[in-house]
Design a protein around this ligand. Structure first.
Ligand code: FAD
Length: 404
């Protein structure tokens, strides 16, 4: 267990996945932390996500586990298929996860948020607190909120997501980068003879793909993408019938889950990221999660990177316990290359997945079919291996399989 850091106060803006994990991590090292969230109640939008092995191991290092008997489902199979459900390639994800000592887990966002809130314990949380800007001085930082109130701390952690106001003040105005497609997503109670516990199926079509993911307890998370101009995807006004038509002729289970999902449960979000930001902080201010390095969803690593950031930030603060601002710079330096690699790899994979040209698609599928399992395993391992630092924050190290 790390030696607690007394007499340091931290203000976290944003109670999403990264902000709540940071609250739990900083609390564990004795920092006096308070979270400010713009929403007036904490209700995660009704979809799911994969919490990959690296994030599970990062959470475990804080002593946080996901109780699968109550929430979520470990990934037992990850298959890439064509739109008819014919196998292109099984990804060796469960095997790599087993070697790294923890499964990758699919879970509803609501359940993950609930577990992180529990882990943050007695950390005070102010709701309806929309940060507008901050001011720094020689003793720390003051964050101002839309209702005229403010909060003071030795350090400020901007965990306020894709449209972060803390990032905007640090980095100036930026354009987001649209990736040229829309993403529909939903959770549904579902079953089908082709599916089994721990199923993750990605179906690739022409400029379109579909993900069908078992989150356990009789529920599936699904997402579908379709190439679309940014002007349309940002303000999509279509209906469920448009989605049903988009997947006409696809594998039976894909069509069935769309049909069985109530229209009001389907969300539509544009797919976008930003140019990678080299500097995430200055003085007593830093960023984490999507505020620092928003990425496309293809690798399923956005939330995992936010969780890793939070844990690494706590480690950096324990390493340089008397100089929190130096610790913030050390944290940013430690995270830069890993998160940059994820942003880049997510973009590359996304471009391959959304291909329209039939020749390029055929070549892509052949490449995936013939790629040696050792190459796929190595790529997965780079992403799924949490770079756990020495020293613990109250949890357990990953129980890795011996490589001999
Ligand atoms: C369709 C889709 C699928 C995805 N699937 C996966 C997946 O399978 N696995 C994975 O790891 N990741 C996935 N991601 C990415 C993941 O959701 C994000 O990377 C993750 O939520 C980032 O966490 P965060 O805490 O940085 O930001 P968020 O979770 O967005 O939280 C930011 C919080 O800050 C609050 N906030 C914003 N502005 C202010 C303000 N001014 N003042 C106060 N509070 C503010 C917001 O209300 C919010 O609560 C997916 C994303 C999408 C869109």
């Amino acid at each position: 267990m790390a030696i607690p850091i007394p007499n340091t106060t931290a203000v976290i803006v944003g109670a999403g996945i990264g902000g709540l994990t940071a609250a739990a991590a900083l609390r564990r090292i004795g920092i006096d932390v308070r979270v400010h969230e713009r929403a007036t109640e904490l209700t995660a939008a009704g979809s799911g996500l994969s919490v990959m092995t690296n994030a599970i191991n990062a959470l475990a290092s804080l002593g946080i586990s996901l109780p699968l008997e109550e929430h979520g489902q470990a990934i037992e199979e990850f298959t890439i298929m064509d739109r008819h459900g014919r196998v292109i390639r099984k990804q060796p994800l469960p095997e790599v996860a087993a070697r790294l000592g923890a499964p990758s887990v699919n879970i509803s966002r609501a359940a993950l948020q609930h577990l992180l809130l529990e882990a943050a314990g007695d950390v005070p949380l102010s709701l309806g607190a929309e940060a507008t800007h901050y001011e720094t001085d020689e003793n720390g930082v003051t964050v101002h909120f839309g209702d005229g109130t403010s909060a003071r701390g030795d350090i400020l952690i901007g965990a306020d997501g894709f449209n972060s106001v803390i990032r905007r003040q640090l980095a100036g105005p930026e354009e987001s980068r649209d990736s040229g497609y829309i993403c529909w997503l939903a959770l549904a109670a579902f079953d089908h003879p082709r599916l089994h516990p721990g199923y993750v199926g990605h179906y690739w079509g022409r400029g379109q793909r579909f993900g069908l993911i078992d989150i356990g307890h009789g529920r599936y998370y699904w997402w579908g993408t379709k190439n679309m101009d940014a002007a349309l995807s940002r303000n999509w006004t279509g209906d469920k019938q448009e989605i049903v038509r988009a997947y006409d002729g696809w594998a039976e289970e894909v069509q069935a889950i769309i049909r069985s999902t109530p229209e009001e449960d389907i969300l539509a979000v544009p797919s976008h990221d930003r140019a990678f930001l080299e500097s995430w902080g200055s003085g007593p201010v830093t960023l984490l999660g999507d505020a620092a390095h928003p990425m496309l969803t293809s690798l399923g690593q956005g939330a995992a990177m936010a969780i890793e950031d939070a844990v690494m930030l706590a480690h950096a603060l324990t390493e340089d316990r008397h100089h929190p601002q130096t610790a913030l710079r050390a944290y940013e330096d430690q995270r830069r290359e890993r998160t940059r690699a994820m942003v880049t790899a997510s973009r590359k994979l996304s471009a391959l997945e959304q291909l329209e040209n039939p020749v390029a698609r055929a070549m892509r599928d052949i490449l995936f079919r013939v790629a040696p399992t050792s190459v796929l395993s190595r790529q997965l391992e780079v992403a799924l291996d949490f770079p756990a630092p020495a020293g613990k924050l109250g949890g357990r190290p990953a129980a890795r399989e011996s490589s001999t």
